[in-house]
Design a protein around this ligand. Structure first.
Ligand code: ZN
Length: 128
């Protein structure tokens, strides 16, 4: 295997929830309003420390896209996908951009993703 050369980011970092490998910065998020089958997903302008799967055509809510799955270089877990091409003109802005599934990554404060239902009535203390 050899030693992995990981890029270290500074700032508000999103990272792998399994191995804390850095993926992206909050300033690189283009949209937080994406959804995947597991819940929320974020559209990133760029991500680091990922490897790519095979290209495939995938039908999504917004039409047919050519995508590649992306995997964490640290632990190999799938963390999202990259849009290689979009058929619909209105979706072209996503080409070359990355989706990270929110529940697979840690936020800048190290928090795990919890959906809104889990947060309501949760026992976490306020940051006071
Ligand atoms: Zn990982």
């Amino acid at each position: 295997m050899g030693r992995l050369f990981l890029i270290t980011l500074e700032g508000n970092i999103y990272s792998c929830k399994h191995c804390q490998t850095h993926f992206g910065l909050s300033e690189d998020i283009l949209s937080k309003s994406f959804h995947c089958k597991h819940g929320k997903a974020y559209l990133f302008d760029k991500v680091v420390n990922v490897t790519f799967g095979d290209k495939e055509e995938r039908m999504m809510m917004t039409g047919m896209h050519i995508v590649v799955d992306i995997f964490c270089v640290g632990c190999g877990s799938i963390v999202g996908w990259k849009y290689e091409a979009a058929h619909e003109k209105s979706q072209k802005y996503k080409e070359g951009k990355f989706i990270l599934e929110r529940f697979k990554i840690l936020g800048p404060d190290g928090s795990h993703y919890m959906d809104q239902e889990a947060q309501i009535g949760g026992s976490d203390p306020d940051d006071a």
